[in-house]
Write a protein that binds this ligand. Structure first.
Ligand code: SOE
Length: 382
């Protein structure tokens, strides 16, 4: 495991749980937690890692390591993934895939050459209600898809004194919500209705400069306040709104922001088709709202499907009907699919680094559209 932050915690939890709730071909051993700073020893003790290392390059090449799990900031993903692939390790990598489309393509190329399995943790695909939404669309229950409306809203940096953490610097994060949240929102659209063909977008930065981070600054956490802290310019978006033309003819939108007051992790999509419609919101992640337009007109309406039956994806590994699951379960579900893929079982594992390349290509098209004030074809991004 490289990275002991929010994702290091979510991934370590999933590694410890996957063989408790699923049957896989492998034992999972938490060999080494790799990081840059203490309290790595405390992290290792809490989560049961055998060793601590401050040298990721040495660790990924060890003969007793089979899987490398990259939970670091985006700018480190390509170098770590390429080294892990060259060392013949299977790879889990946090989203977004990398800083550029080119970096993602290199990661995908090296992984293919090495014949290793890659899993890009766009975990929201592994929400049972989301995976079931895909089944309904694939079964034709919505008919011809006209619209996809995706919105992923947060509000954790609305305070102008929230510091300039790595998430707010393009050299480390690639972009703001465009990379962090639109990557998720577009991955959901790709998963359920397919790729985009063109985008017309506007990105906006509301707070133009912020204090440099002090101790404790992290995802969702401002850390210690220092009134004398130096300020620096913000070079990423605070919000990204895109009108999206999909390859299947649907017209949609992908809107993400960190300035949606009161929205904490509001990941939402609506799909409208000739025979029905769907609505999902992560705040009620076990529920899916389905309107079946083939029903008698007088009976039509969005009905609430509680996606906690054994027939819903992943649920049979967890609890009886109605006992709902949470954010952390989506990581376990994904790691099960990853271990199955390594064993040569199950469906082709997605999203992988090739999907990551498509997603960052979309992000680059959105960025170009906003900067050039014009509609951009995805294929323009080379
Ligand atoms: C911050 O926006 C963040 O931690 C994302 O990076 C994660 O992918 C998301 O699951 C929760 O919010």
């Amino acid at each position: 495991m490289i990275g002991g932050g929010f994702m290091g915690k979510a991934h370590s939890n999933a590694w410890l749980k996957v063989n408790k709730f699923f049957d896989t071909d492998y034992d999972v051993c938490l060999k080494v937690i790799v990081g840059k700073k203490s309290p790595l020893e405390a992290f290792a003790k809490r989560w049961g890692y055998e060793e601590v290392s401050y040298d990721w390059e040495e660790t990924v090449s060890r003969a007793d390591i089979d899987i490398v799990d990259i939970g670091t900031p985006t700018f480190e993903h390509m170098e770590m993934a390429v080294a892990a692939a060259k060392a013949g390790k299977h790879i889990v990598c946090e989203k977004p895939c990398a800083l550029t489309y080119g970096q993602c393509l290199k990661m995908a190329k090296e992984a293919k050459k090495a014949g290793v399995v890659t899993y890009l943790n766009h975990n929201y695909r592994r929400v049972p209600a989301v995976a079931y939404a895909k089944q309904l669309v694939e079964d034709g229950r919505l008919g011809t898809i006209f619209h996809w409306q995706g919105a992923y809203f947060q509000d954790w940096i609305m305070d102008p004194d929230f510091p300039l953490t790595w998430h707010l610097q393009s050299k480390y994060a690639g972009g703001g919500p465009l990379f962090d949240l639109s990557s998720h929102a577009y991955d959901l659209a790709r998963f359920i209705i397919g790729n985009a063909q063109a985008v017309t977008a506007v990105n906006k930065t509301f707070v133009k400069e912020r204090p440099l981070p002090g101790a404790g600054a992290a995802t969702f956490s401002a850390g210690a306040k220092d009134d004398k802290a130096q300020k620096a310019a913000v070079d990423v978006d605070d919000a990204s709104f895109a009108v999206v033309e999909f390859e299947n003819g649907a017209l949609g939108s992908i809107q993400t922001t960190r300035f949606a007051t009161g929205r904490k992790n509001y990941n939402d999509f609506e799909i409208y088709g000739s025979k029905g419609a769907l609505k999902f919101n992560f705040e009620s992640m076990n529920e899916l709202y389905f309107l079946d337009a083939t029903q008698p007109q007088a009976e039509q309406g969005f009905r609430r499907i509680l996606c906690t039956e054994g027939v819903h994806p992943y649920v049979s590994a967890w609890w009886p009907a109605g006992h709902i699951i949470g954010y952390e379960h989506t990581f376990v579900n994904g790691f099960y699919d990853f271990l199955q893929a390594i064993a040569g079982k199950g469906l082709p594992l997605k999203p992988d680094f090739n999907d990551g390349a498509d997603i960052i290509r979309f992000a680059e098209a959105v960025k170009l559209s906003s900067e050039a004030h014009r509609r951009v074809l995805i294929e323009e991004i080379k």
